[in-house]
Design a protein around this ligand. Structure first.
Ligand code: GCB
Length: 641
């Protein structure tokens, strides 16, 4: 589906799960089914990151403009990976609505004459069309998950080719996340959307060329089981190959010291390890699952997958990791930094993890979209727990209408969030789970952030998506974040989920400036959820906008003291309620937002760090709390980080 073609609308309310699953995958091709490339004795991997040429189209219609059929001059050059919006000084680029072109030349090495080779995009936001010389060879819809194009029959080894990527940043009611393009009073296109982060666009993650042999590993899926003590562990695995089902294989599990601890010779099976080193929060242990494909005892392909053995389940009002109650400390985050926008940056990534470790944060939510694969790998390696969220944010017209004091329009209607949106949403879930299914750090899927869950149509929209999520991965608990106002008596979907995630702004958007009243109101509401559901509750967002450096003796909004006091007040309430199993402060760092709201001053300032990652007073408050040995909620074997 192209973003630029708004599909015909059909009544969607009668959609059943069977219908949904009976639909095609929602993508035109299976270019999204890409296993992360790696270099080893058999496979090669070349980065195409660096400086590309860049241009906006002369006209709005990509078919008319056909910018890819010519060489884009190096007048404007752009770093990959990065969002394009903040790189240049020209407002036409920053505020572009529609297509933009990236181009570079590349060569498939002469030595890759055997086997197949691909170009892989870790993400292009939000839609990509890929051209090799003058020909369109592939594309992808969805700004936060990878895709690849098989180049084998398109370019010869040793041949230089022109690689052009047309990038579209348009959001419609049928994209995830949704949005709407309007023509403003001055006759210009403007992208509107209902989420509170800037619509950064571009080639935000790495691009690579990679080679594989003809018969190769095309996918690996693992699930793990273990007893709570770590005496016995099992790695269930299943390997897909480009060859036939009777491809010979050797599958080995290797421990961190390089010892083989289990071996099998089938493409699907279970490997037992006893005793097993468990993957634990704050104490990660990763085995390597090495898959080798054989032909007459010669290894023809090999792929290494890091595997953490751990179990996750919800029991009563507890969230258990390896059978022990886990209490989440940490944040809702964003991929956001100055100049790069949403571009992947390893320095910011590792620094963020180090700051979280410094203050005892053991977890985060990938609010509000899948993060770079490197982030997930780092979380696996360092024992950080992740709630993995799909980019389904802004399925709620009530929030911004509420802020303007308008009567909220309906969200789930034929001309807004409809059955086509649901199809895109289902595909986004497929792509997220396909990409992240093997990460030990991922303990839950979050299928949406703050939808209009109290509105008619919410249940019909979400029930099939929750069922699809469970079908795609029966091993991880499923959640969504509930918006303030969709209270226990009004929310139509909370019973569908394994645990509750509540975003609450007591003391900020309500009871503003009055923390005493906020405490009473928050406790009262949380106890209603506890009474209604015997489920764990994570406080998935709470916080206050804070201008770093603004200090006050009294309770002054936007001051560092107010943010600290609001967190303290919230923690007092959380500590008094058993079912609260986690606290994710909104947000880790200040981040950029659309420039269309008067309630944001150069972005959202609810970070406990500034956008440049300098701590506000709240960071020290959280550090004191989360690393305090007497912290009432940690214990039971869970650790800070
Ligand atoms: C929310 C949203 C988040 C916003 C935040 C805020 O509930 O989930 O995306 O940034 O509130 O600061 O208003």
């Amino acid at each position: 589906m192209r973003l630029s073609n708004i599909p015909l609308l059909r009544p969607w309310a009668a959609l059943s799960l069977a219908t949904l699953i009976g639909l095609s995958s929602g993508a035109d091709t299976d270019q999204w089914k890409t296993l992360k490339p790696q270099a080893n004795a058999i496979r090669e991997l070349l980065s195409l990151d660096g400086t590309w040429n860049f241009a906006l189209p002369q006209s709005r219609e990509i078919e008319e403009d056909q910018g890819w059929t010519s060489v884009i001059p190096p007048k404007l050059q752009i770093p990959v990976p990065a969002s394009y919006n903040d790189i240049f000084t020209d407002p036409a680029i920053r505020n572009n609505v529609g297509w933009a072109y990236y181009q570079r030349h590349a060569i498939v090495p002469q030595t890759w004459s055997e086997g197949r080779y691909y170009v892989r995009f870790d993400s292009v936001t939000h839609e990509a069309k890929v051209y090799v010389n003058d020909e369109e060879v592939g594309g992808h819809v969805g700004g936060y998950t990878p895709f690849e194009v098989d180049l084998t029959d398109l370019v010869s080894p040793g041949e230089q080719f022109r690689l052009t990527v047309a990038v579209n940043n348009i959001l419609t009611w049928q994209t995830i996340p949704p949005g709407e393009v309007v023509t403003n009073e001055a006759g210009k296109l403007r992208q509107d959307y209902n989420h509170d982060f800037y619509n950064y666009a571009g080639i935000a993650r790495s691009v690579s060329l990679y080679s594989v042999p003809d018969v190769h590993v095309s996918d690996v899926t693992v699930t793990t089981e273990n007893d709570d003590e770590g005496n016995e562990g099992t790695v269930n695995y299943s390997v897909e190959t480009s060859g036939s089902n009777d491809t010979q294989a050797r599958v080995t599990l290797i421990d961190e010291d390089g010892n083989e601890v289990a071996e099998a010779s089938e493409l699907e099976g279970s490997l037992n390890v006893s005793p097993v080193n468990l993957w634990q929060p704050g104490a990660a242990y990763l085995y390597t699952l090495r898959v080798e494909l054989l032909s007459d005892d010669t290894v023809v392909d090999t792929y290494d997958l890091p595997v953490g053995v751990r179990s996750v389940r919800v029991e009563g009002n507890q969230f258990l990791i390896n059978g022990k109650p886990f209490y989440f400390t940490g944040f809702g985050k964003h991929e956001d930094s100055p100049v790069r926008g949403k571009g992947y940056d390893p320095a910011y990534m590792i620094h963020d993890f180090e700051l979280m470790k410094w203050m005892g944060a053991n977890s985060f939510r990938t609010s509000h979209y899948p993060y770079a694969e490197e982030v997930m790998e780092y979380a696996d390696r360092h024992g950080i727990v992740v709630i993995d969220e799909v980019a389904a944010v802004g399925l709620n017209l009530g929030i911004s209408a509420g802020l303007r004091g308008d009567e909220p329009p309906k969200t789930f209607t034929e001309d807004k969030v409809n059955n086509e949106t649901q199809k895109t949403h289902a595909q986004a879930l497929r792509e997220l789970i396909h990409r992240d299914k093997n990460h030990a750090s991922v303990v839950s899927w979050c299928v949406t952030n703050e939808p209009a869950s109290a509105e008619d149509g919410a249940r019909e929209y979400f029930q099939p998506l929750v069922e699809l999520t469970r079908e795609l991965d029966p091993t991880r608990p499923v959640t969504f974040t509930n918006v303030m106002g969709a209270t226990v008596d009004k929310c139509l979907i909370s019973d569908l989920f394994d645990f509750l995630s509540l975003n609450r702004y007591y003391g900020w958007y309500v009871q503003t400036g009055d923390l005493e009243s906020a405490e009473v109101a928050m406790e009262e509401e949380l106890l209603q959820w506890v009474d209604e559901y015997d489920k764990p509750i994570i406080m998935s967002e709470y916080g206050a906008d804070t201008l770093a450096g603004l200090h006050a003796v009294d309770e002054v909004l936007w001051s560092e003291e107010y943010q600290t006091n609001l967190l303290r007040m919230s923690h007092k309430v959380f500590d008094s309620i058993d079912s609260i199993v986690g606290e994710h402060v909104w947000n880790f760092a200040d981040f950029q937002t659309p420039h269309t709201g008067v309630n944001r001053v150069d972005g959202n300032k609810k970070g406990v760090f500034t956008r440049e990652r300098r701590p506000k007073a709240a960071a020290h408050e959280l550090k004191r709390r989360w690393l305090d040995e007497g912290f009432p909620k940690l214990g039971n074997g869970t650790s800070g980080a």
